[in-house]
Design a protein around this ligand. Structure first.
Ligand code: ATP
Ligand code: MG
Length: 357
């Protein structure tokens, strides 16, 4: 019998290494549950490119309906080389983000103890910031079209959609997050000199929202120089907020300066909590290493820590991160991408054990 007070977690292992790392995330969640007295009810589904190839759908028609009352979604990775990206994206990820109003994409960019940054001479103190990406509107829209196809004066038009409600709420999230941080600093990314309607609008809203947070320091940069600063001065940043496109770029660059793709976590957050938020590693299904048992499970496990934190278990979340740091410090528990020989399961097991001890 499932416990009535258990946290209801929808799990979607998905494709490729998603299926190898999600079980490790669950293993560590169970260990955290035993230690901090948290019960989980996992409802697993096989939504994936494999299922798409058999049924023509990434998920059943009533799929989203089934999980709308759950506490969270725990996702591995979806995507496979023989299924076009727009099918896995528009058939699963985007409907979940939109239907559940997950308008914030949150990525910690933090150099964990025991990992090395590709940047020379950077330590854990230098790299500890969040990228907050607007996750449902902006540049990634279907508005626009193609004219005069195949002709010499062919035209493609792509519209970006920025609403005051949509911009304000993600900015507000960034300021609220900064309030919980030691430094309390928000950086905004735009390109107002080249993109002359939406970006100045974002700047205006940034100014308006900032007025409600007199204690938070701010800075604003154009996306191009901001990318350079991420590499040259990662220590300047605390909370960085950007539109869907700019946030997308920064949220790949940020974790890259903080080390391996295999350890980076992310969250798609519905701040109001009226629908579940979704937690997934930054990496994809990694077809090149899938099925070998060598994928690094830490991105998935760190995503589990973000989920615990979001669900009100900050102490359990911090303990999971500490267990990850303990395990990475020992080269014998590292997976191949971090220079070790451990399997996915050995690494996950070591983290679960470190948590229990
Ligand atoms: P997507 O488009 O779904 O983001 P992608 O094609 O951009 O996927 P990934 O699937 O993230 O890329 O893989 C990029 C590279 O990183 C691959 O060489 C892959 O093997 C490696 N990689 C990704 N995740 C891991 C992991 N957890 N452990 C080890 N290596 C990984
Ligand atoms: Mg990718």
């Amino acid at each position: 019998m499932p416990q009535t007070n258990a946290l209801k977690i929808a799990t979607i292992p998905g494709d490729g290494i998603g299926r190898e790392v999600v079980p490790e995330g669950m293993r560590v969640l169970e260990a955290a549950g035993r230690k901090f007295d948290i019960a989980f009810q996992f409802d697993e589904v096989d939504w994936s490119c494999d299922v798409y190839k058999k049924t023509g759908r990434m998920m059943p028609e009533d799929g989203l309906e089934r999980f709308k009352k759950h506490d969270a979604v725990f996702l591995g990775a979806v995507g496979w080389p023989d299924v076009p990206d727009h099918i896995s994206l528009w058939g699963l990820l985007i409907p979940i983000r939109r239907t559940y109003h997950q308008y914030v994409n949150l990525r910690p960019c933090r150099l964990l103890r025991g990992t090395t940054s590709p940047l020379a001479n950077r330590s854990a103190e230098d790299i500890d910031f969040y990228v907050v990406r607007e996750n449902v509107e902006g540049e990634y829209s279907e508005a626009g079209g193609r004219l005069y196809r195949g002709m010499e004066d062919e035209i493609a038009i792509q519209e970006a959609i920025f609403t005051r409600r949509g911009v304000d709420r993600v900015l507000r999230y960034a300021f609220e997050l900064a309030k919980t941080r030691k430094r309390g600093h928000v950086t905004s990314a735009t390109k107002s000199n080249g993109i002359v309607h939406t970006m100045p609008f974002w700047d205006e809203r940034f100014k308006a929202v900032k007025a409600d947070y007199p204690d938070i320091e701010t800075s604003q940069y154009h996306i191009d120089i901001l990318c350079a600063h991420f590499v040259q001065h990662p220590d300047w940043f605390d909370v960085v907020v950007g539109s869907n496109l700019f946030g997308d770029i920064l949220s790949d660059l940020g974790p890259a300066v903080a080390g391996s793709i295999g350890i980076a976590p992310s969250a798609n957050i519905n701040p109001e909590g009226d629908y579940p938020s979704m937690f997934e590693p930054v990496h994809g299904s990694a077809p090149d290493i899938a099925g070998q048992g060598i994928a690094n499970p830490i991105g998935q496990i760190w995503s589990a820590a973000m989920m615990l934190d979001h669900l009100g278990h900050a102490d359990a979340a911090a303990a999971v991160i500490e267990a990850i740091e303990t395990v990475i410090a020992d080269p014998a528990s590292r997976t191949k991408d971090m220079g070790g020989k451990a399997t996915t399961a050995e690494c996950g097991e070591a983290i679960a054990q470190a948590l229990a001890s």
